[in-house]
Design a protein around this ligand. Structure first.
Ligand SMILES: CC(C)(COP(=O)(O)OP(=O)(O)OC[C@H]1O[C@@H](n2cnc3c(N)ncnc32)[C@H](O)[C@@H]1OP(=O)(O)O)[C@@H](O)C(=O)NCCC(=O)NCCS
Length: 180
């Protein structure tokens, strides 16, 4: 499926492509990124072979519909986002996003997610988009709320990281709640 380019205020999203690999790998170099994705604080970036396998699956759309996030003013690659676990019978999907650490906290993530939601609700005619986020990911939770996601549940002590259990928060947004 050819994915459209969706333009936001500061960023646009477009289909992830083969020559994004080098930039895409940079996200995993950040410890904060890895910890927010549920990895140990002692984790190391995975080896290139493993990353290549994961990336190729994303480009082939075997891990959902995957987009690169590009800054409008200079075409810088900021990160990636995707809709996965698509269920076209029930019209729902799950959202995932990750930026390169240099670009955290500048509003790019919120802008990119609004583009992705626009794609999901307008082009795929989804009814609901959900996500899971670790309860200590305060920046993520705040960005999701800014997009209109509401907290709807807690998977208690669902993640075991560095010898401790953490809650996963489930958040969702319905098509009727999205400000287009
Ligand atoms: C999560 C992520 C996509 C958010 O994108 P972002 O561009 O950094 O977020 P934004 O700048 O759009 O919004 C962040 C908001 O969190 C707020 N924030 C930051 N740290 C915070 C904290 N400790 N507590 C509460 N709010 C916080 C910011 O103030 C900002 O809100 P504001 O615009 O009202 O001031 C990005 O930070 C990222 O990729 N993080 C690492 C990977 C990750 O966590 N992925 C998601 C896994 S579920």
């Amino acid at each position: 499926m050819e994915l459209s380019k969706i333009v936001g205020k500061q960023v646009y999203i477009r289909q992830l492509q083969n020559d994004d690999f080098e930039n895409w790998c940079k996200a995993n170099e950040s410890k904060e990124f890895r910890v927010m994705c549920g990895e140990s604080k002692d984790s190391k970036p995975p080896p290139t072979e493993k990353k290549k396998g994961k990336f190729n699956k994303m480009v082939r759309q075997e891990s959902g519909l995957c987009f690169a996030i590009i800054r409008r003013k200079d075409e810088a690659y900021l990160g990636s986002c995707r809709l996965h676990k698509l269920n076209m019978c029930d019209k729902n999907a799950r959202l995932a996003i990750g930026l390169l650490s240099d670009y955290f906290g500048k509003g790019y993530g919120t802008d990119a997610m609004k583009c992705l939601l626009k794609f999901g609700f307008n082009e795929l005619s989804l009814h609901r988009v959900e996500l899971r986020v670790l309860d200590f990911n305060k920046r993520g939770i705040s960005a999701y709320k800014k997009c209109g996601f509401k907290k709807e549940g807690v998977l208690r002590e669902n993640a075991y990281i560095d010898g401790k259990y953490y809650d996963d928060i489930i958040m969702s947004i319905l098509e009727s709640e999205f400000e287009k």
